[in-house]
Design a protein around this ligand. Structure first.
Ligand code: ADP
Ligand code: MG
Length: 267
C-alpha cells in the first residue's frame, strides 16, 4: 500500500456499539460490491459506523463532507497549473476508486443533483468513472466501495436524492439506539456513570417526542455525549443540559420551556 493510501487507514479500532445486524449486512454488501446508503438523523452514529467498518475491513477511508458549492470536479479531479505546466490531480472519489478505498460521501443531499450523478457509473456493474477532461475511463479497484449518508428529515422537493440515485444503493436505517444501548454509548463516550447517562437518555426520549411539534430534529446521541462530557468535567447537570441539549436546538421560548421541563424532571 502506498503512503498516500496508508494515511487513510483507520489506525485504531473505533468504539462502535452495534445496535442491530448492521455490521454483518455491511460486510455482505461490501463483498457483493453493493454501494451502501446510511439513512438517519444527525448524530446517531453513521460516521462512527463507517469508520468502524473501514477499520474492521482494513480498508482506507476517504470522507467527503458534501455541500452545495461542491462541483463534480471537486469529487472527480481537475488539472492544476504549476511551474511545469498543467498536472492532473485526482479528486477524492477518483482517488478512492483508483486505489481501492472506501469513499464516504457524507450528507450527499447537500450536493447539487448534477454533482451527484457523477457517481452513477461507479454504482452499477460497470464500476467505472469517466474522467472526461483527462480522457480516461477509470475502472474502479476491486476494493473500492461507495458509502453515502443521507438524513431523510431534511428532505424537501429541492433537496432529495433522485430515485435514479437512490435505487443504486442498499440502505441501512439508523435511528437513535434503544434506551439501554444509548445509555451504554453515552456513558462510554462521555465518561459519566450509567445512572447519569440513563437520565440524559430519558430527557432525549421526551424531547424526541416533540419532533414535528416545533422541533425539527430530536436531541441526538451526540448532544447527550456533549452534556455528559460537561458533567464529567464538574459542570452541574442543569447547566450542562442547558448548554448542550436545550440552547443548540431551539430559539423558541415555549420550546425552551418544554425542554427545560424535561431536564427538570430528571435533574
Ligand atoms: N452505535 C454507536 N456506537 C458508538 N458510538 C456511537 C454510536 N452511535 C453514536 N455514537 C456516538 O455519537 C457520536 C455522534 O455520532 P456520529 O457517527 O458522528 O453521527 P452521524 O454521523 O450519524 O451524524 C459519535 O462520535 C459517537 O461518540
Ligand atoms: Mg456524520
Amino acid at each position: 500500500m502506498t503512503d498516500d493510501l496508508q494515511q487513510y487507514l483507520v489506525p485504531q479500532e473505533p468504539y462502535y456499539r452495534a445496535v442491530d445486524d448492521e455490521v454483518s449486512l455491511f460486510e455482505a454488501a461490501y463483498a457483493a460490491k453493493m454501494p451502501v446508503m446510511l439513512k438517519g438523523p444527525t448524530g446517531c452514529g453513521k460516521t462512527r459506523f463507517v469508520e468502524y467498518m473501514a477499520w474492521k475491513l482494513g480498508k482506507p477511508l476517504v470522507t467527503v463532507a458534501c455541500n452545495e458549492d461542491m462541483t463534480a470536479s471537486d469529487l472527480v479531479g481537475r488539472y492544476l497549473l504549476d511551474a511545469d505546466g498543467t498536472r492532473w490531480q485526482d479528486g477524492p472519489l477518483t482517488f478512492a476508486a483508483r486505489h481501492g478505498a472506501i469513499c464516504y460521501l457524507d450528507e450527499i443531499v447537500e450536493a447539487r443533483q448534477d454533482t451527484t450523478v457523477v457517481i452513477h457509473p461507479l454504482t452499477d456493474n460497470r464500476r467505472v468513472l469517466p474522467l472526461e477532461k483527462k480522457g480516461e475511463l477509470l475502472r474502479a479497484h476491486e476494493d473500492f466501495h461507495l458509502v453515502i449518508s443521507y438524513n431523510p428529515g431534511y428532505q424537501s422537493l429541492m433537496k432529495d436524492l433522485k430515485q435514479s440515485t437512490k435505487q443504486r444503493f442498499g440502505a441501512l436505517d439508523f435511528s437513535y439506539p434503544k434506551h439501554g444501548v444509548e445509555v451504554e454509548i453515552v456513558a462510554h463516550e462521555a465518561g459519566v456513570d450509567s445512572a447519569a447517562a440513563d437520565k440524559l437518555v430519558s430527557i432525549a426520549e421526551r424531547a424526541r417526542n416533540l419532533k414535528g411539534h416545533g422541533l425539527d430534529e430530536g436531541i441526538s446521541t451526540r448532544m447527550l455525549i456533549h452534556a455528559g462530557s460537561l458533567m464529567a468535567r464538574g459542570i452541574a447537570a442543569p447547566a450542562a443540559c442547558e448548554m448542550a441539549l436545550v440552547s443548540p436546538i431551539t430559539d423558541d421560548p415555549d420550546m425552551r420551556d418544554a425542554l427545560d421541563a424535561a431536564v427538570g424532571t430528571y435533574f
